[in-house]
Write a protein that binds this ligand. Structure first.
Ligand SMILES: [Zn+2]
Length: 220
């Protein structure tokens, strides 16, 4: 599949697939499991491009909203999570109202008291590693300097632009921190605090009255 940013009207997209899947699966009398992956979020990050990664995340949000609007909260468990993070980061202290895809202010306010002020602006969004980095220091500085000149729509939001990365790698890597789990419906109250990922599997089984929970559920 293409990124949503590159799709033509003839391309199949995630929203259409999920709408059709829910429509068909709802006809079954015994419930259903539907697994949906917004996989291009991951691809956008690997290629060091925040625009496509965020645009695909917005599409996933729209898909989740559609499923919420077309299922009954009293009988359908919806779980939204991720199997890993990325090295994508947001640098703090940008002024209110700035474009998140662009640079923070040149001098970053009062943060300069601890050392000499930076000569170059810093990006609000960046990667710790990936193809937006370089092993050539002059090239790295030139890319930072360019942040001050770029018009926001011309480059920052270009689906091919590679955000600055601290360490050059041909593809950005996954990250290692915890990810969120968001849920609604039967069993959603069990998904709270810090959990191992495999707990999600057991909560789904619980909601479906199957597996270890086949005999303990109250199947009405
Ligand atoms: Zn990946």
């Amino acid at each position: 599949m293409q990124y949503r940013a590159f799709q033509t009207p003839d391309d199949v997209n995630l929203t259409e697939m999920v709408k059709k899947a829910v429509e068909i699966l709802k006809r079954g009398p015994n419930g259903f499991v539907l697994f949906v992956e917004g996989a291009k979020i991951d691809h956008g990050h690997h290629y060091g491009n925040a625009y496509t990664a965020i645009d695909e995340t917005i599409e996933l949000e729209e898909v989740v909203q559609h499923v919420m609007d077309n299922t009954d909260e009293s009988e359908t468990l919806i779980v939204v999570s991720s199997d890993h993070s990325h090295t994508f980061g947001i640098n703090g202290y940008p002024e209110r109202g700035l474009d998140m895809f662009g640079p923070s202010s040149f001098l970053a306010g009062g943060m300069q008291k601890g050392g000499p002020p930076p000569k170059l602006p810093y990006p609000i969004m960046q990667y710790a590693n990936g193809p937006g980095g370089t092993e050539d220091w002059a090239e790295f500085e030139a890319k930072r300097a360019r942040l001050a000149d770029m018009s926001e729509t011309a480059e920052w939001r270009d689906p091919h632009y590679k955000q600055i990365a601290g360490i050059y790698l041909p593809k950005e890597t996954h990250g290692g921190e915890d990810v969120g789990i968001f849920a609604r419906g039967p069993g959603a109250h069990l998904l709270r605090g810090s959990l191992e990922e495999n707990v999600i599997h057991h909560v789904i089984n619980y909601a479906l009255c199957q597996g270890d929970f086949a005999t303990v559920c109250d199947k009405k």
